[in-house]
Design a protein around this ligand. Structure first.
Ligand SMILES: Cc1cc2nc3c(=O)[nH]c(=O)nc-3n(C[C@H](O)[C@H](O)[C@H](O)COP(=O)(O)OP(=O)(O)OC[C@H]3O[C@@H](n4cnc5c(N)ncnc54)[C@H](O)[C@@H]3O)c2cc1C
Length: 369
C-alpha cells in the first residue's frame, strides 16, 4: 500500500482541522478513530464559538485570535455549518458584573453592551448588562467534523501500538512519514505525562421548543439561539469523572433547570442528550508541536529535575494537537493550521501553544517529589 504523508489519530475537531489543513497543503492523509467521526468530546460539544472576556491575559489574546480565525474560516468554507447567531456573555453575579466593567477595554473583537432591559426584550432574564459579540455563533459539531474530513481517508479502529520503523510510522499495515496525535483526553499512546492532559466531563441537551430565540448566550452554561425548533444547552464542569461513560438524560435535564433562571424553558422537551470529555492542559493553553522523548531526556539528563535546561530531543516525526479545552471549535482551525504548518513546512510553533513549554517545568515539579 502506498504510504501516507501523515496519519492523524483522532477524528474530533482537533484531528479533523489538522487533517483538513494537511490536505490543503498537498499531503496524503489518513485519519483513524476508534469511535467514528466526532464521537468523543467534539460530538458532545454545543460548539459555541465566541471570544473570551477578561483582563487581556495571553490566554485571552490567543483565544481571541483563534476566535477571529475560526469564524472567518467557517464562514468562508463551511457557511451552512456555522450559524452566526451572536453570543451574549452575561455576568454570573454582582461581583462578576463589576469585573465586566474592567473587561470591556480588553474586548478586541466587535462587541456591543446589552443592558438588562435590552435582554429582557429578547426574553433573557438577568439584572446585569452583558457583552454582545455579533460575530460569534454556533457550529453543527458532528457535521462540521465530517465536512472537514470529506475526501480524506478515514478508518474506524483503535490504535494500540504505533511503531516507528525505518523512518516510517506503521499502524495496522498503514504506513506514514508523520504521526499526529489528536486523541483528546486519552493521551496515553506515548509517555506524554509532561503535557498534563486531563479530562473535564460535560453534557449537552438538545430541546425542542416553540420559543423563538434569536441570539445565543453564555453564563455558567451556554444556551443557543433556536435553530430549526431546537435550543441547545451545554456545560462542561465536572472534573471528578475520570473515564467517559454513558450519557444520562438527568444530566441534560439538570441543564434545563439551570437555564430556567435565564430563559423561559417551560415548553422545552429533551430530544437528545450528549456527553463527553474535553481535554485541557494545566495552563489552559492548547498543546501543539513535537513530542519530547521523555525516556531519553530523563536517562541522559537526570539533572533536569534540579533545573538544568538541556536541549530537548523529540520522538521522530511525532506531533500533537490537543488541549483545546472548552473551546475546541474556537481553537480547532488555527491550531490545525499551526500543526500542518509545522509538519509540512517546518514552521516553528507559536511559543504560547508549543507543548515544549511544559516539559522542563514538569521535570522539576514531578521528579523532585
Ligand atoms: C458537553 C461539551 C460541551 C462543549 N461545548 C463547547 C463549545 O460550546 N464550544 C467549544 O469550542 N468547545 C466546546 N467543548 C469542548 C470541545 O468539545 C473540545 O475542546 C473538543 O472536543 C476537543 O476536540 P479533540 O479533537 O481534541 O478531542 P475529541 O473530540 O475528544 O477527539 C479525540 C478522539 O480521539 C479518539 N481516540 C483517542 N484515543 C484513540 C486511539 N488510541 N485510537 C483511535 N482513536 C482514539 C477518540 O475516540 C476521540 O474521537 C465542549 C465539550 C463538551 C464535552
Amino acid at each position: 500500500m502506498q504510504p501516507y504523508d501523515t496519519i492523524v489519530i483522532g477524528a474530533g475537531v482537533a484531528g479533523a482541522c489538522s487533517a483538513y489543513f494537511l490536505r490543503q497543503m498537498g499531503q496524503r492523509v489518513l485519519v483513524l478513530d476508534k469511535s467514528g467521526i466526532a464521537k468523543g468530546g467534539s460530538g458532545a460539544a454545543g460548539a459555541f464559538v465566541s471570544p473570551k472576556v477578561g483582563l487581556g491575559s495571553n490566554l485571552q489574546k490567543i483565544t481571541n485570535e483563534a476566535f477571529s480565525f475560526a469564524y472567518r474560516f467557517y464562514e468562508a468554507h463551511f457557511p451552512d455549518l456555522y450559524h452566526r447567531t451572536g453570543v451574549i456573555r452575561i455576568p454570573k453575579d454582582e461581583l462578576d458584573s463589576k469585573k465586566f466593567l474592567e473587561y470591556e477595554q480588553y474586548n478586541t473583537n466587535k462587541y456591543d453592551i446589552y443592558s438588562s432591559d435590552k435582554m429582557q426584550q429578547l426574553g433573557i432574564t438577568t439584572p446585569f448588562a452583558g457583552f454582545y459579540f455579533e460575530e460569534a455563533g454556533v457550529c453543527d459539531a458532528q457535521a462540521l467534523c465530517a465536512a472537514l474530513l470529506e475526501g480524506i481517508d478515514f478508518v474506524q479502529t483503535e490504535v494500540k501500538n504505533p511503531i516507528f520503523d525505518q523512518g516510517m510510522w506503521v499502524i495496522e499495515g498503514y504506513r506514514a512519514q508523520n504521526l499526529l496525535l489528536a486523541t483528546g483526553y486519552e493521551n496515553t499512546l506515548f509517555d506524554m505525562r509532561y503535557m498534563g492532559v486531563r479530562g473535564t466531563w460535560g453534557t449537552r441537551g438538545d430541546f425542542a421548543t416553540k420559543r423563538r430565540q434569536e441570539v445565543s448566550l453564555h453564563q455558567s452554561l451556554s444556551v443557543s439561539a433556536s435553530m430549526n425548533g431546537i435550543i441547545k444547552l451545554g456545560a462542561t464542569h465536572e472534573k471528578s469523572v475520570k473515564r467517559a461513560r454513558d450519557c444520562e438524560d438527568k444530566e441534560a435535564l439538570g441543564l434545563q433547570e439551570r437555564a430556567a433562571g435565564l430563559v423561559d424553558v417551560s415548553d422545552f422537551e429533551l430530544t437528545a442528550s450528549f456527553c463527553g470529555m474535553r481535554a485541557g492542559s494545566h495552563d489552559y493553553f492548547p498543546l501543539l508541536g513535537k513530542v519530547v522523548d521523555t525516556e531519553y531526556m530523563l536517562e541522559r539528563f537526570p539533572e533536569v529535575a534540579k533545573g538544568a535546561k538541556p536541549p530537548l530531543r523529540y520522538l521522530e516525526n511525532l506531533f500533537v494537537c490537543n488541549g483545546l479545552g472548552g473551546r475546541g471549535f474556537v481553537f480547532g482551525p488555527l491550531m490545525g493550521k499551526i500543526a500542518a504548518d509545522l509538519i509540512v513546512k517546518g514552521v516553528a510553533v507559536d511559543s504560547r501553544v508549543d507543548a515544549d513549554r511544559l516539559f522542563l517545568k514538569w521535570c522539576r515539579k514531578s521528579l523532585l517529589q
